[in-house]
Design a protein around this ligand. Structure first.
Ligand code: SF4
Length: 326
């Protein structure tokens, strides 16, 4: 077996310590950062950690196929809409492919036994190893003394005696090691995955309930604006500030229609089926969120995907009872 591994880097402390343990044994490390474009671990921190440790880092984005993991996780959800066990299986399978492509012998992670209730107890750790088809090739150096020896340990590629026996939720030992080994600039554990966020989870549930084949772009949009469902097939996203207005306008491509008022009000991105009724409801929502003194006295004008549409205020639906805030 090659003295070379692929290490999953999150930007957090644990994966940095796992890499350091490998480097100290003379094992070449190729870092791998897997990105969820709607927000999870901190990519900049991952890059900084890799630079500090002096290892190369490959950054890969998960594709639309990952959304099936969120839609129907075999091992269920955590506190939000986070399918942690299935998510890790998916990511570790990618790591296995990358390991083979790079000619590395095994995969290393910063997982700690008992640190996370859903995915880091003994049983889920075993499930993840088997289902990612990394049996014997998944080394968790921080908790290795509590786990069965892996193939690189059995073959003497890795000296098991120099691996650690950490467990549990306290991170006291990790912080002490970070000081001793001069590792800093890592992300905090609270940096967190959007899928664990209660409000984001509500929006994700709505998306999966109404959209048969959501895309990563739909997931990215969940991080922007105020979401209002107009019908089973249409929702509108309203900017909450000028930056969000501009970002929403940037998403006006096929399947997404942007209403930008020519007065000072929020932009609205209409996602899904677009027709006159949806246009009028979206315009009404813009009106509701615009200060009275900012509204023009004559016709209201909007840019809709670059074309101008003018409408009298009286013809817009005064209330939007069909609309439901998500
Ligand atoms: S917290 Fe998010 S990124 Fe991390 S394992 Fe769970 S679902 Fe995946």
């Amino acid at each position: 077996m090659e003295k070379k591994c692929v290490a999953l880097i999150s930007g957090g402390l644990d994966s940095a310590l796992a890499v350091k343990l490998m480097l100290d044994q003379g094992i070449a490390v190729q870092g791998l950062y897997l990105s969820l474009s709607w927000g999870c671990c901190d990519k900049q921190k991952a890059v900084a950690v890799a630079q500090r440790l002096g290892i190369p880092l490959m950054v890969l984005s998960v594709g639309d196929a990952y959304l099936d993991v969120i839609r129907k996780p075999k091992y269920g959800y955590g506190s939000g809409m986070n399918p942690c066990v299935d998510c890790r299986i998916y990511m570790f399978r990618l790591a296995k492919c990358y390991m083979e492509e790079r000619g590395a012998g095994f995969v290393v992670t910063g997982e700690v036994l008992g640190q996370r209730p859903m995915s880091q107890k003994q049983r889920p750790l075993d499930i993840i190893e088997v289902e990612s088809e990394l049996e014997g090739l998944l080394l968790r150096p921080l908790s290795a003394q509590f786990l069965e020896p892996t193939l690189p340990e059995l073959l003497g590629v890795v000296d098991r005696a120099r691996l650690l026996g950490l467990s549990g939720r306290s991170r006291h030992d990790q912080f002490a090691l970070a000081r001793e080994w001069n590792i800093s600039d890592y992300s905090t554990p609270a940096g967190g995955c959007q899928l664990t966020d209660e409000h984001f989870a509500e929006k994700a549930k709505d998306l999966f309930a109404h959209e048969e084949r959501p895309t990563t772009k739909d997931m990215e949009l969940l991080t922007l604006g105020r979401h209002v469902r107009l019908s089973p097939k249409t929702k509108v996203i309203l900017g909450r500030n000028e930056l969000e207005n501009l970002l929403l306008e940037g998403h006006a491509q096929e399947g997404y229609t942007c209403l930008r008022p020519r007065f000072s009000g929020p932009s609205a991105l209409v996602v899904g089926i677009w027709n006159e009724a949806m246009r009028d409801l979206a315009a009404s929502l813009i009106l509701q969120r615009t200060k009275e003194e900012k509204l023009p006295e004559d016709a209201l004008e909007f840019f809709i995907n670059g074309k101008t549409w003018a409408v009298s205020r009286d013809t817009l639906t005064p209330t939007t009872q069909e609309a439901v805030s998500i």
